[in-house]
Design a protein around this ligand. Structure first.
Ligand code: C2E
Ligand code: SIN
Ligand code: SIN
Ligand code: FE
Length: 539
């Protein structure tokens, strides 16, 4: 790595490139996991990639081992406790020898909280078991390359040349990509990083339409809005279309290069030379392209920049894939669940607007409670997001209630009321059965809480469990008030609707008995808005 360490500016292309690809000593990985299958899978994959792999079956052994084998990479079961019962990742991060080593934490549960905990403890990437081998290889590869170069640059004091700048941008990008699930954020950060690396001012990411026939601009900088929304290229045609098909980058530095390639459409994207178009590849598949042009000082692109851009586009592509699979799965599941809830609701409310109103009322209450010292720590953006999706499911258990009871025009007998009340428990069981299939869904966990506890009373006299006060999940306490306000205002088969004034009175009176007093307080500050919403969203 002499070139990098002694040259403050860009290294000559071939040297850096070779250094990126061929390491001087074999790359050493340490796998620490109690599970034999996981150890075997990791070892197989890494072995095939030319790694020298060491395994440990416990945290203490792993820590000892790390001192001996001096690994370039650690793969670690996130649930292990280390020396002195410390978090092992925290331990590795606190020791100079392992402080900067890339750590992939393996998690047996896809719950976003435990992923965040892993990242906070110092893992570079958290992957969920069972491992996707392709993703695993990609992640190990790009992460280890970045870290290796980064470390060597850091060790050579005083070298703060171009590579350092580029690598720190790349590290920052990969950290962000590991955390985000938002496509626009991924694309924006990719473009910003490409700009930092190449000093290009005109950059775009193009993605295909659903049919994979055309490419359009999904995100861009330095391209005016009219061009941005109008450019559409056939897959296979023009520069971007060809890169998308072949998976090979096209770099045009000179007029001669350009004469061979550019057509009119390209000129709208690339307003000058040099220009580069490089594929976004995930698991050998091209999922889009990155275009760069209008370069500062018009400096030609070099091979080693291409290497850096490869790292960049690999990170971006795998992050996009991740979001897509997760999004597709989440969307499919959510739409099924919501459809189920609407169906259930349809039996005793043919417009289904009750669900919309209760959801909006709940969100208003939660947003207002968030401003109070009492609840500000419990209610964050995620809580609101979950509540918005969970609230419509509160009465899903009514699917199990016979028409003769649910639709009875008069008062229910005690026996009928007992049956009616089972809707809370049945609802929770219904949600739980969905939850078993998708354990990572926080909103379904909240939906379960709400379904079972939305008829609990603050003083303990509600059903089905007679919980009181803070034993009742906050989400259910909020929903209870929203639900009752709407039930009071609405006409039901068994009763007429009553006025806003009267409803406010009833709720205020039941503060501390039926409802959480803090939530009633919030309601009373919002009641005018509730009245307006009830009018605007009436059946
Ligand atoms: P729902 O109609 O959506 O009512 C939800 C909750 O709003 C009720 O839970 C109750 O706490 C409150 N609520 C509704 N109407 C009134 C009212 O006129 N006065 C007061 N103070 N509170 C009211 P609850 O009682 O556990 O009932 C759960 C569900 O059972 C109701 O949902 C409804 O579907 C059914 N239900 C309750 N009572 C009767 C009834 O007499 N006849 C029929 N057919 N269904 C009933
Ligand atoms: C990395 O280089 O950190 C892996 C890229 C990714 O997060 O997808
Ligand atoms: C009812 O049984 O509908 C009235 C209960 C309540 O006071 O909310
Ligand atoms: Fe209910």
């Amino acid at each position: 790595m002499t070139t990098i360490m002694t040259t403050p500016t860009l290294a000559t292309p071939s040297t850096l490139r070779d250094d990126l690809v061929n390491w001087v000593r074999p790359r050493v990985a340490l796998v620490i996991d109690t599970d034999i299958d996981t150890r075997r899978i990791c070892t197989d994959i890494l072995d095939r990639q030319g790694w020298r792999v060491h395994v440990s079956t416990s945290a203490d052994e792993g820590v000892d081992r790390s001192r001996i084998v001096n690994p370039d990479f650690i793969i670690l079961d996130g649930s292990l406790r280390g020396p002195g019962n410390r978090d092992v990742i925290e331990y590795f991060r606190s020791v100079p020898a392992t402080e900067l080593i890339p750590i992939i934490m393996l998690n047996s549960d896809a719950d976003s909280d435990s992923i965040k905990r892993g990242l906070a403890a110092g893992a570079d990437i958290v992957l969920t078991k069972p491992l996707d081998p392709e993703e695993f290889v990609l992640r190990v590869d790009s992460l280890s390359r970045l870290h290796r170069i980064w470390r060597e640059l850091k060790n050579e004091r005083g070298v703060l040349g171009e590579q350092t700048r580029i690598l720190s941008s790349l590290l920052e990008l990969s950290a962000l990509l590991a955390r985000t699930e938002d496509l626009d954020t991924i694309l924006a950060k990719t473009i910003a990083t490409a700009a930092e690396i190449t000093l290009c001012r005109r950059i775009s990411v193009m993605l295909p339409n659903d049919d994979q026939t055309d490419l359009f601009i999904a995100a861009a900088q330095g391209i005016n809005e009219r061009i941005r929304s109008n450019v559409r290229l056939r897959v296979g045609e023009s520069i971007a279309g060809r890169v998308f098909v072949t998976g090979r980058p096209i770099i045009l530095n000179t007029q001669e290069d350009a004469a061979e390639y550019l057509d009119d459409r390209d000129l709208r994207l690339f307003n000058g030379l040099p220009m580069m178009c490089t594929p976004l590849c995930a698991s050998e598949r091209v999922i889009g392209v990155l275009n760069m042009t209008d370069r500062f000082h018009e400096r030609p692109f070099s091979d080693n920049e291409l290497s850096f851009l490869n790292l960049l586009t690999n990170c971006t592509a795998s992050a996009i894939q991740n979001v897509r699979t997760r999004k597709a799965r989440d969307e499919a599941r959510d739409s099924i669940v919501i459809a189920l809830a609407k169906l259930a609701e349809h039996r005793d409310d043919d417009t289904g607007k009750h669900l919309d109103r209760v959801t909006i009322f709940s969100l208003k209450l939660a947003e207002s409670l968030r401003q109070t010292p009492h609840y500000e720590t419990q209610i964050d953006d995620e809580f609101l997001w979950n509540l918005k999706r969970a609230a419509p499911l509160h009465d899903i258990g009514k699917v199990a209630i016979p028409d003769a009871i649910l639709l009875k025009p008069g008062r229910l007998t005690d026996a009928e009321m007992i049956v009616m009340r089972t809707h809370a428990r049945v609802g929770a069981e219904t949600v739980r059965s969905l939850l078993d299939r998708t354990p990572d869904s926080m909103f379904l966990k909240m939906a379960e809480d709400i379904a079972v506890a939305h008829h609990e009373w603050f003083d303990g006299s509600g059903y089905p469990n007679g919980l009181s006060g803070a034993e009742i999940p906050l989400s259910a306490r909020i929903l209870a008030l929203a639900d009752v306000y709407d039930a009071l205002r609405s006409e039901r088969v068994y009763k007429r609707g009553i006025s806003h004034r009267k409803s406010v009175e009833i709720i205020a009176e039941e503060s501390g008995s039926h409802f959480d007093p803090e939530i009633v307080k919030a309601f009373l500050t919002l009641e005018a808005e509730f009245e307006r919403l009830a009018r605007d969203l009436s059946d």
